[in-house]
Design a protein around this ligand. Structure first.
Ligand code: NAD
Length: 436
């Protein structure tokens, strides 16, 4: 099939590449000239495991190409995916300007039947809006489908190739059949393609993200309470995770959720509720708790240094909002580092992939280290913000040798508390006994 994808970020580029991998001819359109130039030169502009292999293979096979021309994209595709940003607006709602501006252009430029597929995360009613914006100018027939994306950064290729479900929100039989045909190679193992109305499809995505953010936040509250009463959140997690109604996943406490989706999507659903006089009380709490959780280690760090952090050097391991990505949007590391800088500390930071993005934001306010161990040299303490695998089994001897004091503040509970005690560390994590 002939497919076009408008917007080649984490979602668009993965969508385009994976659709090319199943034999479709894909044209990816992006407004960012430098990005398109990079991709034309065979460079993947983001870090996403396994994407490079598929990217290269499909470019070579002439199934995947890149352009800055929307016209070219619209001429090529019978199915046009919108994978455009829907960032948080000033009032917390989703900013639909990218989606609606491109839709307006689509209305002016399409010359024959197209299925316009919204893959961006958008509030209930956006399909209708997109439809009417296109209809204003369109001289041909078209359908609008809502097809929210559930891929996770860091696992995006796998998630796209083997989705647990595909959601198609459509009231057009013709468009639904085309979408089913397009996705059939991805659900051969029997995972469902669930067809529903557009509004329910749009809400499905927000409900999923809000539920997951709530699950994490609930565990963070349990962890905070564990600290007050001397219980161990690891034990509680193991205990409740075995209940199949609860499940083992997404129960790991830490310094809060971040990223380009959960924070903005939870706020957008909260705001969408307000617009129809519905107060999402649970989401109000999730937002408030998560915001506080991001800096939950700070009082503990302050306490260790007797409120005298000025002039101290802190090593930071992990800057991305989660492992296996270079994405730093809303990363808890940012909140912690900003607070530590305010207190006059010097920061030596390391992340396997996210340093260039952090550098763009912090410039020369941070010292960027070449390796995880280099970040420790002469530091007064180590703070861990992201659970990259390489941090999981460090050389404890080296840690003690390089740090001025053997002190670790672990925002992701990477290490066994008893091991750290035996090794002679001061070790502070989330929801577990501190080791002094
Ligand atoms: P992104 O910011 O990584 O990428 C967006 C891309 O769109 C950029 O390359 C940008 O240059 C391009 N763009 C902007 N305006 C354009 C225009 N007028 N024409 C062509 N290209 C244009 O965003 P993303 O993370 O891929 O997210 C896209 C959407 O998917 C959002 O609604 C997001 O909420 C949703 N989503 C994201 C994820 C994720 O893990 N990142 C997962 C599921 C859903």
């Amino acid at each position: 099939m002939k497919i076009s994808v408008i917007g080649t970020g984490y979602v668009g580029l993965v969508t385009g590449t994976c659709l090319a991998e199943t034999g479709n001819e894909v044209v990816c359109v992006d407004i960012d000239k430098a990005k398109v130039e990079k991709m034309r030169n065979g460079v993947v502009p983001i870090y996403e495991p396994h994407l490079d292999v598929l990217f290269e293979r499909n470019i070579k096979a002439n199934r995947l190409r890149f352009t800055t021309s929307l016209e070219e994209g619209l001429e090529h595709g019978e199915i046009i995916f919108l994978a455009l940003p829907t960032p948080e607006d000033e009032d917390g709602s989703a900013d639909l300007s990218y989606v609606l501006n491109v839709s307006e252009e689509i209305g002016i430029k399409i010359k024959n039947y197209k299925v316009i597929v919204d893959k961006s995360t958008v509030p209930v009613g956006t399909s209708e809006k997109v439809h009417s914006v296109i209809a204003k100018n369109a001289s041909c027939d078209f359908d609008v489908v809502s097809n929210p994306e559930f891929l996770r950064e860091g696992f995006a290729v796998d998630d796209f190739l083997k989705p647990e479900r595909i959601i198609i929100g459509s009231s057009s039989e013709k468009a639904t059949e085309l979408m089913k045909r397009l996705y059939s190679p991805f659900v051969r193992s029997g995972n469902p393609i669930i067809v529903m109305d557009e509004k329910s499809a749009e809400l499905t995505k927000y409900a999923a993200n809000a539920f997951l953010a709530t699950k994490i936040t609930f565990m963070n509250e349990i962890a905070n309470y564990c600290e007050k009463v001397g219980a161990d959140v690891d034990m509680v997690r193991a205990g409740i995770g075995t209940d199949s109604r609860i499940g083992k996943r997404f129960l790991f406490p830490g310094i809060g959720y971040g990223g380009s989706c959960f924070p903005k999507d939870v706020k957008a659903l909260q705001k969408a509720g307000k617009n129809v006089n519905y107060d999402f009380k649970i989401l109000n709490s999730v937002i408030e708790i998560n915001s506080a959780q991001k800096t939950v280690l700070l009082p503990k760090i302050d306490n260790y240094f007797k409120n005298d952090l000025k002039g101290k050097t802190i090593a930071i391991w992990g800057l991305a909002f989660k492992p296996e990505t270079d994405d730093i949007r809303e990363a808890p590391s940012i909140d912690i580092m900003e607070a530590l800088l305010q207190k006059g500390t010097k920061l030596q930071v390391f992340d396997p992939e996210a340093m260039p993005n952090i550098k763009k934001r912090f410039g020369d306010k941070l010292n960027y280290s070449q390796s995880m161990y280099a970040a420790l040299e002469g530091a007064d303490a180590l703070v861990i913000c992201t659970e990259w695998s390489i941090f999981r089994t460090p050389d404890y001897g080296k840690l003690k040798e390089l740090l001025k004091n053997p002190v670790v503040f672990d925002g992701r509970n990477l290490y066994n508390v008893n091991d750290m005690e035996t090794e002679g560390f001061t070790y502070v994590s989330v929801g577990r006994k501190p080791v002094n």
